[in-house]
Design a binder for this molecule. Structure first.
Ligand code: 5GP
Length: 202
């Protein structure tokens, strides 16, 4: 998605070889028009699937899941990061190791919101190690729902997340795939092509 890549070039801050800060427009302050455009793009990409629900994980996937749900005309559900007191009913849950915080937590979704009649599109802001998305995929499969695929806003293709998901038979589409990065130098890979095809440096 060219508009998104342009914003990453302009505003993305590479904090280390593995962490990209995009909190001026994606996941702290949110550019609402860009978020809506991202939702429309995911809806277009997965238009061949009869999606009934969008699933994400709190907190920074929520704006993109909502935008995608609006574009598709379906509800979205966000997995909570630990079992809240209010979640007294039955839940699906999975352990996740956080890439940015380096700690392990559980994610859970109330069973009444995911079931065999659903076709689920999972959406998240970043695909890094894939741990968070694998947790969501496992919950969708446990629920008996169909999995339409996974849509990521930013994929760091040099990390193992995509191959982990693909090995589980999951269709993955990312709107911006970063092949490599270092401070002042972000290089994108072509979408959904092998990672060795690198675009011009910025
Ligand atoms: P994963 O489970 O794929 O390793 O990443 C889980 C979460 O960590 C993502 O949903 C995202 O919120 C956060 N994350 C991973 N890598 C980055 C990064 O480079 N920058 C930011 N801002 N968040 C990241």
């Amino acid at each position: 998605m060219e508009l998104l890549k342009e914003r990453i070039r302009q505003e993305g801050l590479v904090l280390s070889d593995t962490v990209l800060k995009v909190d001026s427009f994606l996941n702290h302050q949110v550019d609402t028009q860009l978020a809506l455009a991202i939702g429309r793009e995911f809806a277009r990409i997965f238009a061949d699937k009869p999606v009934t629900k969008v699933l994400t994980i709190e907190a920074s996937g929520i704006q993109f899941a909502m935008a995608t749900g609006i574009a598709l005309g379906v509800p979205f559900v966000y997995a909570k990061k630990k079992k809240a007191v209010t979640l007294s009913e039955r839940v699906y849950s999975a352990p996740v190791r956080s890439f940015t915080r380096q700690e392990e937590y559980r994610v859970c979704v109330a069973q009444k919101y995911l079931g065999p009649s659903d076709n689920v599109l999972i959406v998240d802001d970043f695909l890094a190690t894939g741990a968070a998305l694998v947790g969501l995929v496992d919950m969708v499969r446990e629920s008996g729902a169909e999995l339409a695929g996974v849509g990521c806003v930013v994929e760091k293709s040099f990390q193992e997340g995509r191959s982990l998901l693909e090995r589980k038979g999951v269709r993955v589409h990312s709107l911006a795939r970063i092949a490599s990065m270092s401070p002042g130098d972000i290089r994108f890979a072509e979408n959904d092509h092998p990672i060795h095809r690198i675009e011009e440096p910025v």
